[in-house]
Design a protein around this ligand. Structure first.
Ligand SMILES: Cc1cc2nc3c(=O)[nH]c(=O)nc-3n(C[C@H](O)[C@H](O)[C@H](O)COP(=O)(O)O)c2cc1C
Length: 229
């Protein structure tokens, strides 16, 4: 083999073949008759189950997909920090790529990937910034180090090195030592995603999964439809 030979295909002895990976999902299903009347109440039930006994690692981790004004999508994981009948909240930097996308185009898709229990929840909706009071109340619950981290990071911008980031953090640590109140960064805060549709996906045997989707009606009520798997 010379230096110019292409990289050989991975050996199946050492590298798992994704095409051969198949799991049979659970026999128990999700039936219209057992659904809550409101999708956020149904979400609460599933969230409790995902969180129970550590069934899912970080069940509040969700993939947020945004698109810019020209429709180019991007996705990333964030931590959902609150939910109620108004929707789902996460916190981020308002200068980040996702926040810039949302300023141009408020439409969002959220995905909770609860693979360990063969479930996913998929939300589409629109994002609005949380109020400064709500943001401040949450910021104060964060550990001191995370509060400083929110100041230190100009999220999504290109930086020269890790050392540059660490230096900024150390400087902030000098200004706000442990125990000192850290102000809320002006460019940091929450987004609340008000759902328009919420799909509850339950893996079943033979790929005949259950998919029940709540759709918001103009009068504020919710219609449920079943989707083909
Ligand atoms: C498990 C996990 C949780 C994360 N939680 C957050 C979060 O709550 N807020 C956030 O801004 N970024 C979070 N991140 C980092 C984002 O995935 C992403 O790198 C960052 O927000 C910048 O995204 P953007 O450049 O697309 O805006 C998390 C990443 C992982 C893997």
């Amino acid at each position: 083999m010379t230096d110019r030979d292409p990289v050989p295909p991975p050996s199946h002895l050492t590298v798992p073949d994704p095409a051969a990976m198949r799991k049979q999902y659970r026999a128990e299903g999700l039936d219209e008759s057992e659904l809550a009347g409101h999708p956020m109440a149904q979400f609460e039930r599933w969230f409790r189950q995902a969180a129970a006994e550590g069934a899912v690692f970080e069940p509040n981790a969700m993939v947020v997909s945004t698109a810019d004004a020209s429709g180019r999508p991007s996705s990333r994981t964030v931590l959902m920090k609150a939910y109620d009948e108004r929707g789902f909240v996460f916190y981020t930097n308002y200068g980040s790529r996702k926040a810039r996308d949302l300023a141009e185009n408020p439409y969002v898709s959220l995905l909770f990937p609860w693979h360990a229990i063969a479930r996913q929840v998929i939300v589409s909706g629109t994002a609005r910034r949380t109020g400064r009071d709500e943001t401040a109340a949450y910021f104060r619950t964060r550990p001191h180090g995370s509060q400083l981290g929110a100041w230190a990071s100009e999220q999504s911008s290109v930086i020269h090195s890790r050392a540059q980031l660490d230096l900024v953090y150390e400087d902030l640590h000098g200004r706000y030592p442990e125990g000192e109140q850290v102000p809320v960064p002006p460019n940091w805060g929450g987004f609340r995603i008000a759902p328009r549709t919420v799909e509850f996906w339950q893996g079943r045997q033979n790929r005949l999964h259950d998919r029940l989707r709540y759709v918001a009606e103009p009068d504020g009520s919710w219609r449920v439809e079943r989707l083909s798997p």
